[in-house]
Design a protein around this ligand. Structure first.
Ligand code: SAJ
Length: 437
């Protein structure tokens, strides 16, 4: 270990190191707080002047970070925020926590990683540790970040240190948070991994070292591909059970009594959120560049993406029993958010369900108490409160998100017809009135 590495490792271990977290979102801000709570001075870096100002005022805009906690750490001088700039050359370590969305073509968009890397490269100096946290395809850290940083004339593992550590933040999870969720770390060299492990050991309870950045990148993609494929499986099972006249929810529930070797997933109207529908495509895209077709990923996506239309087919079937067409019928969609009890509508299947219904000429209204009326997506269709009168006014009510404040009894009692994509009405016996996935 050369003197540069020795000095950095000593500073990290002695908590003299100062860390910058690039990207003050649902991953970066909680991470900055954990480092600060561990006694490591943190600098939150963001391109948004509003976010920088709010953090410096001690105001949290992330649900998992309490304003009181942030404000106290800001007052103690343990957290500050800044725009990208010279401070990136002053800190000892930088964690990059920027978005990795998909383009419309379902190809990875790593433009935020590239921009962050340029900001780091502009101020890179010997004795710094850089860690990428953003979910991305295996090879990004070495092929994109390493090559750019070494083009500054410094050598990885000697002058600077580079690792990948996947974020595992599940916003709103009451049990698992940044501190108590094990953190996987993979370095470009063993010494890079050692540096990252020493740093994160201050902020999280458990650090799990793997042998390379590619392995660490792959861990995260396996975690979320595992979910996407299994959700695709049960979604296809829902279609199969429908054809067999079997209740898929009962079947999965009974299979879940097996105390080993089984993990229940549940059918639904499709796959939403900013992780599960996105991350597997990073992997399948990378494999395409290697002339390999990741069949499970593509098939799961095909099934999951077909579920909104499958839900609309159930609506059409139910209206048909009333000798009505979708065209001209009034449909009340319960739930806009991508999963229960959250306000997040990113990639929500409800958006597709509403879109398909509107394209067929339905008069669609929706209700979702978790989604603010000023949310840009809120204007997708007219918004109603979901009152008994609203339910009675619709030719069919479609339950797309099983929010905790949707009362299945009230919904079934006042609706003419119900299509239930979430089994919210599982305990209600209303023969002929409810059609479940
Ligand atoms: N979904 C189903 N059936 C299921 C589970 C989920 O249809 O059995 C749907 C949901 O309704 C939603 C989508 O899939 O539309 C994704 O749901 P999710 O439960 O996977 O929740 P996410 O998107 O919030 O995933 C996050 C991920 N966290 C990270 O990437 C750090 C995921 O790895 C977590 O496992 C997941 O939270 C979690 O367990 O809550």
């Amino acid at each position: 270990m050369n003197d540069t590495a020795k000095k950095l490792l000593e500073r990290i271990k002695a908590k003299e190191a100062r860390v910058a977290i690039l990207g003050m979102g649902y991953v970066g801000l909680p991470l900055a707080v954990e480092f600060a709570k561990a006694g490591i001075r943190s600098v939150g870096i963001d391109v948004s002047e509003d976010r920088v100002a709010r953090i410096n005022r001690g105001e949290s805009y992330i649900g998992d970070v309490k304003t009181e906690e942030l404000s106290a750490l800001v007052k103690q001088g343990m957290i500050e925020a800044a725009l990208p700039g010279p401070v990136l050359g002053e800190v000892d370590a930088i964690s990059i926590c920027v978005p990795t969305p998909l383009r419309k073509s379902k190809d990875p968009d790593i433009s935020y990683i590239v921009a962050a890397t340029e900001n780091v490269a502009a101020h890179l100096r010997p004795g710094q540790l850089i860690v990428l946290e953003s979910t991305t395809y295996p090879g990004t850290t070495d092929e994109v970040i390493l090559t750019r940083l070494e083009s500054e004339g410094m050598k990885v593992g000697e002058d600077f240190f580079l690792a990948f550590s996947p974020e595992r933040v599940d916003p709103g999870n009451p049990k698992f948070n940044t501190h108590n969720t094990p953190k996987v770390v993979g370095g470009v060299t063993p010494l890079c991994a050692q540096m990252a492990e020493a740093l994160y050991a201050h902020a999280v309870e458990t650090v799990v070292r793997v042998s390379s950045t590619q392995a660490a990148e792959m861990v995260k993609l396996l975690e979320n591909t595992f979910r996407s494929v299994n959700i695709g499986l049960v979604n296809e099972l829902a279609i199969i059970c429908h054809k067999l006249g079997v209740n898929v929810w009962e079947v999965i529930g009974a299979a879940a009594t097996k105390p080993f070797g089984f993990m229940p997933f549940w059918p639904g109207p499709g796959l939403g959120g900013h992780c599960i529908p996105i991350d597997p495509h990073y992997l399948s895209w990378k494999l395409k560049t290697l002339n390999y077709h990741a069949r499970f990923i593509e098939l799961a996506d095909e099934i999951n993406s077909s579920m909104p239309e499958y839900v609309v087919e159930q609506v059409a079937a139910v209206l048909n029993e009333d000798r009505k067409s979708v065209n001209g019928s009034k449909i009340l969609v319960m739930g806009l958010a991508y999963k229960k009890n959250v306000s997040d509508c990113r990639e929500s299947p409800a958006i597709d369900v509403i879109g398909v219904l509107q394209k067929l000429g339905a008069d669609v209204v929706y209700c979702d108490p978790f989604v603010e009326s000023d949310d840009p997506i809120a204007d997708l269709a007219p918004r109603v409160a979901g009152s008994p009168a609203d339910l009675a006014a619709a030719d069919c009510t479609v339950i797309v998100t099983d929010h905790r404040n949707f009362d299945p009894k009230v919904i079934v009692e006042h609706s003419r017809r119900v299509v239930d994509a979430r089994n919210l009405t599982k305990d209600i016996d209303a023969p002929g009135k409810i059609r479940r996935l």
